[in-house]
Design a protein around this ligand. Structure first.
Ligand code: FEO
Length: 172
């Protein structure tokens, strides 16, 4: 059994991860509408990864005897005027998620919940990668995205992303 407050924080985070998936699918909708199918594909895969994150947290709670509850998922409401707007929003969003995960880790550390700290280690590392990916996309866009040929190549590159399930992440 894990501490009630920690369980509550992780349960809230399940909702946030599902929201992240929703948000990235919304980015994909925007890019599909713009005719940038590679960008859309990249965010569709990102949405799948976010669902994996939610499922891993849900499983951790269940395996520790916690009844998981679901809240409504917020509606993604960002408006995009330029092709790099979702990239910027994605980077900011990942920074926010990192702070949320760090907060749960800090709370677990306070009460010496080493099991949860170990569980969260995978997510801490994952957040490092996700922030880097988001930052790299922004950098590439600022270098190559402002002319048609560069944007075409970038779209092709993003179309090549392959989904790898995260289910082998942390030990439960
Ligand atoms: Fe589940 Fe993008 O963090």
């Amino acid at each position: 059994m894990i501490d009630k407050k920690i369980a509550q924080l992780i349960n809230v985070q399940v909702n946030k991860e599902l929201y992240s998936g929703y948000l990235y699918l919304d980015f994909a909708n925007y890019y599909a509408d713009e005719g940038l199918d590679g960008f859309a594909h990249w965010y569709e895969i990102q949405a799948q990864e976010e669902r994996d994150h939610a499922m891993m947290m849900r499983r951790y709670l269940i395996d520790n005897g916690i009844r998981v509850t679901f809240d409504a998922i917020d509606k993604p409401d960002k408006k995009f005027a330029k092709v790099d707007d979702p990239l910027k929003a994605g980077y900011e969003h990942e920074q926010l998620v990192t702070s949320l995960i760090n907060n749960i880790y800090a709370e677990a550390e306070k009460i010496h919940d080493y099991k949860t700290m170990q569980f969260l280690d995978w997510f801490i590392k994952e957040q490092g990668e996700e922030e880097k990916n988001a930052e790299d996309m922004l950098k590439k866009f600022s270098l190559f995205g402002h002319d048609a040929k560069g944007l075409y190549s970038l779209n092709q590159e993003l179309a090549a992303r392959v989904y790898t399930p995260s289910a082998t992440g942390p030990a439960m």
